[in-house]
Structure formats: structure tokens, C-alpha cells
Design a protein around this ligand. Structure first.
Ligand SMILES: O=C(O)CCC(=O)C(=O)O
Ligand SMILES: [Fe+2]
Length: 259
């Protein structure tokens, strides 16, 4: 996965553009984010990876040839890992594991593979604008050992340094709501370095319960009916529409669903 990713971004622009993002879609290679006053300093490939029948194979890079099989295998392995994480979370929350894993099973998984080139004026650009992830669960692979990811805690930005052999797991807004706020989504951003480029491969897993984004009913019942829902239920399609149309003002989106 790491080798193919590095080889892909090392290709000349013309060859990367073989899978360029199209006017009518969001998948493929390109400059995906351009939202804020600072220049977004990244080239990315975005792909739907699960369920397999949702894949747009004509936007999966064939260059280098190992990229496709690596993506397929990596996606399957991350799916298994996420399941294990969710089983542990369910245990922690005191709900049947199926209540949580069932919210994720068969739902859409996508990948964003980012390359942030070095920039001689790093203060003038941003790798990835501050945001919380909008779906269920995120697993991030540092392809190299360049730092850049930061998370917000108590009003301060803290670096999340790449650790050899480790993945970064991020709670998205949907998991935040499913767990009624027990697992919180965290605001993060990517700053760009002056000397070294940075490459990451990020898997996003969607989740919903019966077509809704809502606190797990099991969670509210298991806790003796004592825990009240802290977030209102919203149909998944409506959630996605609002969540992703309000990209520029994502802060406060979760709050708008608070009861
Ligand atoms: O590349 C990174 O370190 C983070 C990317 C990210 O936050 C995202 O794609 O949502
Ligand atoms: Fe993110």
C-alpha cells in the first residue's frame, strides 16, 4: 500500500490525470479541497472502496500496477480492523456488539489518499483545513514519517506524530452521535512542512441505524432508560446533505443536532 501510494504520487501529472476527478463526481485524482482563505496544499485520490459493487473501477489507478490490488487488500484489512475496534467499543459501552457493528456493516467505505508537497511558504497554505470527520470511523495510515497532523484539545493544537507500525483512529461525527457523545469526534487539521512532503492514506467508514443517524437505541435502553438521547435523529441522506453542504461552517454542526 505504502509503495504503490508513493509511486503513484511520484508519477508525472499527465499519468496521474489518467484517473482525474470528473466534473460530475467526487472520485478520482485531483485537488479536492479548496474551501478556505488559505490555499489548500494537497493532491488527493478519492475512491469508494466498499461495498465492492459501488466501486468505480475506471477511476482506480492502474499505474503503478500494484496499486489496485494493494487498495483492495488494504480496504478489506481495515474493514476487519474497524470491526474489532467496534466490538471493543461496544463492550466498553455495555451494548451488544451487534448493535454497533450492525450500524457499520455493508455501509459505504471510501478512501482519501493525500500527498502534501513541501511548501516554501508553509504559513500561507494549509494541508487540510480544520474539521471533524463526517462519517463513522476513520483509520489513517502514515505512508511516510513526516509529521503534520494536529488535533485540537482545550483550544490548543497538538501534533499527532507518525509512529512506526501504528495507525491513527479517528472518531467521526456519526459515531459521536451513535454513542450519544461517549466517543467524541475531534477537530483536526494538517499543516504543511517547508522541507519534506507528507503522504497519508485515509479510510472513512459510513454508519447508520435503519437509515437514520441517531444515538443507538440499545445504548439508551441498556442504561436503564436513564440516559436520554443527547442528539436528535436525522435521516442519513439529510445528514449527509447538510453535513457536506456546510463544509465551510462545519464547526457547530454537531451542536445543531443537540437536544
Ligand atoms: O492527511 C491527514 O493527516 C489527515 C487527512 C484528513 O483529516 C482527512 O482526509 O479527513
Ligand atoms: Fe479528517
Amino acid at each position: 500500500m505504502k509503495d504503490s501510494t508513493m509511486q503513484f504520487f511520484g508519477l508525472p501529472l499527465g499519468r496521474k490525470n489518467a484517473v482525474a476527478v470528473r466534473a460530475d463526481g467526487f472520485e478520482g485524482y485531483g485537488h479536492h479541497y479548496s474551501r478556505m482563505s488559505k490555499l489548500d496544499w494537497a493532491e488527493s485520490v478519492i475512491l469508494i472502496t466498499q461495498p465492492a459493487e459501488d466501486r468505480n473501477m475506471d477511476l482506480w489507478p492502474t499505474d503503478p500496477p500494484m496499486f489496485k490490488p494493494a487498495l483492495e487488500e488494504y480496504s478489506a484489512e481495515v474493514t476487519k480492523l474497524m470491526r474489532q475496534l467496534l466490538v471493543s467499543m461496544a463492550l466498553d459501552l455495555g451494548v451488544d456488539e451487534k448493535a454497533l457493528t450492525g450500524a457499520f456493516e455493508g455501509k459505504r467505505q471510501s478512501m482519501a489518499i493525500h500527498h502534501y508537497p513541501p511548501c516554501q511558504h508553509p504559513e500561507k497554505v494549509i494541508g487540510n483545513t480544520a474539521h471533524t470527520d463526517g462519517l463513522g470511523l476513520t483509520v489513517l495510515l502514515h505512508v511516510d514519517d513526516t509529521p503534520g497532523l494536529q488535533m485540537l484539545r482545550g483550544g490548543r493544537w497538538f501534533p499527532v506524530r507518525p509512529a512506526a507500525g501504528a495507525l491513527v483512529v479517528n472518531v467521526g461525527d456519526i459515531l459521536h452521535i451513535l454513542t450519544n457523545g461517549a466517543y467524541r469526534s475531534v477537530e483536526h487539521r494538517v499543516v504543511v512542512g517547508a522541507d519534506r512532503g507528507r503522504t497519508t492514506a485515509v479510510v472513512f467508514q459510513d454508519a447508520s441505524v435503519g437509515g437514520m443517524v441517531a444515538p443507538l437505541p440499545e445504548l439508551l435502553v441498556v442504561n436503564g432508560g436513564g440516559e436520554k438521547a443527547r442528539y436528535r435523529s436525522i435521516p442519513r441522506f439529510e445528514y449527509l446533505k447538510v453535513r457536506f453542504s456546510a463544509l465551510a461552517k462545519r464547526k457547530g454542526f454537531l451542536d445543531s443536532l443537540k437536544l
